[in-house]
Design a protein. Structure first.
Length: 114
């Protein structure tokens, strides 16, 4: 499964961005999808997860009530709506697809200025 993230950029604190994770593989809808992020000098950390049917989600405490994950299986795409962004949200955001194996995208940079 090849994953392509997009939607990153530079935004001021309090602003919003929507990330997308798209796949060309028609089996994408059978994968659970997660977003992870890695800030400079830090380990990659979990952000949010969505089950393959879109009925199960799980958020890191640090993003709960600010980020929303959704998926459109007809478009083979998962979205991450990020609101009320904070400088500490600055990181490279990675999409992960998991069923039996793990697949990763190349990442998209999100920079939040104070």
């Amino acid at each position: 499964v090849q994953l392509v993230e997009s939607g990153g950029g530079l935004v001021q604190a309090g602003g919003s961005l929507r990330l997308s994770c798209a796949a060309s593989d028609p089996t994408f809808s059978s994968y659970s999808i997660g977003w992870f992020r890695q800030a400079p000098g830090k380990e990659r950390e979990f952000v949010v997860f969505i089950g393959w049917r879109g009925m199960t989600t799980n958020y890191a405490d640090s993003v709960k009530d600010r980020f929303t994950i959704s998926r459109d299986n007809a478009k083979n795409t998962v979205y991450l709506q990020m609101n009320s962004l904070k400088p500490e949200d600055t990181a490279v955001y990675y999409c992960n697809a998991r069923r039996i194996n793990d697949y990763w995208g190349q990442g998209t940079q999100v920079t939040v200025s104070s």
